[in-house]
Design a binder for this molecule. Structure first.
Ligand SMILES: *[C@@H]1O[C@H](CO)[C@@H](O)[C@H](O)[C@H]1NC(C)=O
Ligand SMILES: *[C@@H]1O[C@H](CO)[C@@H](O)[C@H](O)[C@H]1NC(C)=O
Length: 502
């Protein structure tokens, strides 16, 4: 009796393991389309105040050279922008090491030699180029040599033109919003036929505006024609050097010094009431080509000036407005400083310093700014706040808070009086820092144009086991199944015959 039960249990176990075995082999062997391995790309965004490194990734089986690129990681280089190492040989290259070493660890080793690496420098280096072209070339050559010493596929280290910076920012924004192509539910890339949106970028030394237009572009230097995914795009793009927030603040300070005269104490209408700080005439104000216009013939660059805030909204606005020139347009219409601009149309995304200013105004006043009137109201309130109030509300240090009123007024004048946004068009501006997990800036757009040269790999077909082995394994399990079933049937028959005999 005991022997028969043991036989039954053995047969059942055999049956179960055969079925499980077959399922295990058959299910994963359904020729899975395994997500292909990732490809990577590295961009160093060498801005005027600091350098950021972005690592992007995309599936190796990407379509038509421009894949579904997303942000993998980022790293912020310690210290100033590469232009701040002018006259310090070795400094700029060395500053990039920590982030580049991180990239070496972050990217799988087998991909290193295929990973494009590029550095784009913007307005900080454009300014250095103006002051000393030899020195700016030396700095660029130095960072190029540093990048070449890493195991990646070095592409370029260049100073981007203002137009290129604007266009790459526009590409980034529209790429992240999937305005060019979209992965359809049928598993194919489709052109969504959507309107593109404009890009508003506010950096440290320059500011860019870029949007698609069908209007005549009267100054050819503002025209940028792009072909992406087989579609043609006609862009208006303009970059204003010295209109980034840091250079604007310097120009404002220089203008206040010019109007009040060189004295040990300067009153600043945009600083919080009674707030005090110290500046050096040279390094903090006049050591920049942007403030040349206001530079006194004679001054001591080492002179220390005490700046005292008065928190006067109207005075601040008046002085900020003086930083722009609204006359002298030789085209049918202009933004400012005699620069041609067609009417703004469609939606816009405003990023970098626009985003921070908008977010500070919102945190400090609880006003959700969606119209010029609301913005004016928020700026008015912020300009009369004192430093302790501002620090308490935002949790941010003095060095940022002291400039909120000035920069907010600057943004207000730039958008409304400069670019001519109004009650109707202002609500179509969205203020963003990130979209789809990636930082909004020009780096991704730049990466996309560089990664076009990376050859696409064919989709890898993956079965759990090589096909011949798979066939043998499946045969063994099927045989096992048949033996188990046969055995059970025999046991059952034996039992029946024995019972019949009783
Ligand atoms: C420019 O930089 C070079 C070093 O690359 C230096 O020798 C030269 O004096 C600088 N020129 C000016 C005008 O500052
Ligand atoms: C990709 O390229 C092929 C051939 O070059 C073209 O037929 C297809 O439309 C392209 N797909 C996209 C999304 O542009």
């Amino acid at each position: 009796m005991g022997l028969r039960y043991a036989q039954i249990i053995l047969a059942v176990l055999l049956l179960i393991s055969a079925i499980v075995g077959i399922l295990l082999v058959v299910v994963p062997a359904k020729v899975m389309e395994a997500p292909a391995e990732n490809m990577y790309g590295i961009v160093l965004d060498a801005g005027s105040s600091h350098t950021s490194m972005f690592i992007y990734k995309w599936p190796a089986d990407k379509q038509n050279g421009t894949g579904i690129v997303s942000q993998h990681n980022e790293c912020h280089v310690k210290g100033g922008g590469i232009s701040s190492y002018a006259g310090i040989p070795g400094g700029a290259g060395k500053s990039l090491e920590a982030c580049l070493n991180q990239a070496v660890k972050d990217i799988p080793k087998s991909r290193h030699h295929q990973t494009p690496l590029c550095l784009g420098a913007t307005a900080g280096m454009r300014l250095l180029e103006e002051v000393n072209a030899t020195e700016s070339q030396r700095v660029i050559k130095e960072v190029e040599n540093k990048l070449k010493s890493y195991p990646f596929k070095f592409k370029e280290a260049v100073i981007l033109s203002g137009q290129a910076e604007g266009a790459h920012g526009w590409v980034t924004v529209n790429y992240l919003l999937e305005n060019f192509v979209k992965y359809g539910f049928v598993g194919r890339w489709l052109n969504p036929g959507r309107e593109t949106i404009g890009a508003l970028d506010l950096g440290g030394a320059s500011t860019q505006i870029t949007f698609e237009t069908s209007e005549k572009i009267e100054n050819k230097s503002n025209l940028m024609e792009l072909k992406l995914y087989g579609q043609n795009y006609r862009l208006y793009t303009q970059s204003f050097l010295c209109y980034g927030q840091d250079q604007f603040l310097r120009r404002l300070m220089a203008y206040l010094i010019k109007t009040q005269g060189i004295k040990p104490q300067l009153s600043h209408p945009c600083y919080p009431p009674n707030f005090q700080t110290h500046i050096k005439l040279g390094e903090d104000v006049f050591d920049s080509p942007c403030t040349k216009k206001y530079r006194p013939a004679q001054f001591n660059p080492e002179m220390d000036v005490t700046v005292v805030g008065t928190g006067d909204y109207q005075m601040c606005l008046n002085n900020v407005t003086k930083m722009f020139s609204f006359g002298n347009c030789s085209y049918s219409k202009c933004s400012f400083d005699g620069v041609f601009q067609p009417s703004v149309r469609g939606s816009f995304m405003a990023f970098s310093a626009y985003f921070f200013t908008h977010s500070y105004l919102n945190t400090l006043t609880n006003i959700s700014i969606t119209s010029p009137t609301q913005m004016e109201e928020a700026v008015k309130r912020v300009c009369s706040m004192d430093m302790s109030q501002m620090k308490a509300k935002t949790g941010k240090p003095e060095k940022y808070m002291k400039n909120v009123c000035a920069v907010a007024n600057f943004v207000q004048v730039l958008l409304m009086k400069g670019y001519h946004f109004n009650e109707t068009s202002f609500p179509s501006i969205s203020f963003k820092e990130k979209a789809g997990g990636a930082s909004v800036g020009w780096a991704l757009g730049y990466m996309l144009s560089v990664s076009n040269t990376v050859p696409a790999e064919s989709l890898r077909l993956v079965t759990a086991l090589p096909l011949a082995v798979w066939a043998v394994v499946i045969f063994i399990f099927v045989a096992l199944l048949l033996i188990a079933v046969g055995h059970l049937v025999m046991i059952y028959r034996n039992k029946r015959t024995k019972e019949d005999m009783v």
